[in-house]
Design a protein around this ligand. Sequence first.
Ligand SMILES: Nc1nc2c(ncn2[C@@H]2O[C@H](COP(=O)(O)OP(=O)(O)OP(=O)(O)O)[C@@H](O)[C@H]2O)c(=O)[nH]1
Length: 308
Amino acid sequence: MMSSERRPPPSLHFGQVVIGPPGSGKTTYCQGMQDFLTQLGRKVVVVNMDPANDGLPYSCGVDISELVTLDDVMDGLKLGPNGGLLYCMEYVEANLDWLENKLKQHKDCYFLFDCPGQVELYTHQNSVKNIFSQLAKWNFRLTAVHLVDSHYCADPAKFISVLCTSLSTMLHVELPHVNVLSKMDLIEQYGKLAFNLDFYTEVMDLSYLLDHLAADPFFKKFRLLNEKIAEVIQDYSLVSFVPLNVQDKESMIQVLRAVDKANGCCFGNLEERNLQAMMSAAVGADFQFSSYPFLIVAVTHSESPVLK
Ligand SMILES: Nc1nc2c(ncn2[C@@H]2O[C@H](COP(=O)(O)OP(=O)(O)OP(=O)(O)O)[C@@H](O)[C@H]2O)c(=O)[nH]1
């Protein structure tokens, strides 16, 4: 028997986990997004998750380097920078109570997690994934924002590598995910693109890219390999990109819309409350799937600060 007593809805904490290769613009994005969201009226806390980040340009609410720093780990354990960073993230995973205490000090805030740039943290190692899956249990609703430098679009071989990395990251990190092509203001500087921008952002028919690649004598002999890689990416049909120029408000809004939709922030806490109410009302009755979209539309219009 289900209890008819209605429990208060959990208080949700929305936010973004900002990831991507070194130099892709994560810290700059966190600073820009913090300013932008503050202007929109959201109370924002940036969490520095990179134990090697010093000289942070944003005001940082929680700093992982108070717990562990890459320099100390490299000195103490005689590790190189890559091994050191992996150790640091394992250390954070083993000390999640420290992180929980720090995060708890920020009530009713929107969280931006500025993460390290080492790619294997998001494609192979499990610490980052485990940290954020624990946060989900503490009612954090986070979207992974995966930044990739847009200059890779200018080179078909690099763009295929970027697609592989993005897909592996999506499958490994297991969070709602938005891929972003960063530094769009610089894209023209790397030469003319072979196709329209839509081709890259929507990841359209990759056979055109393979034809283009085969024109290069070096890549001609790898045609079959490239075809198979492209096939994997297209079969999953998961990767697409939102272009971003961090200086441009319109562009920031596009990214924020995608992020808010992915983690449910556009519905606010109300979504879960409405779902609970709906489910308790639906006990003993057939669930009418067709009426569900109307509920979501109603909630979107009443709650979202951005989508109005
Ligand atoms: N023109 C331009 N430059 C940018 C943009 N975003 C970042 N940059 C520059 O790119 C460089 C790297 O940016 P960061 O924000 O430090 O990149 P990161 O991903 O945090 O780097 P790591 O911490 O090393 O992983 C800096 O010189 C930034 O000023 C952008 O949108 N446009």
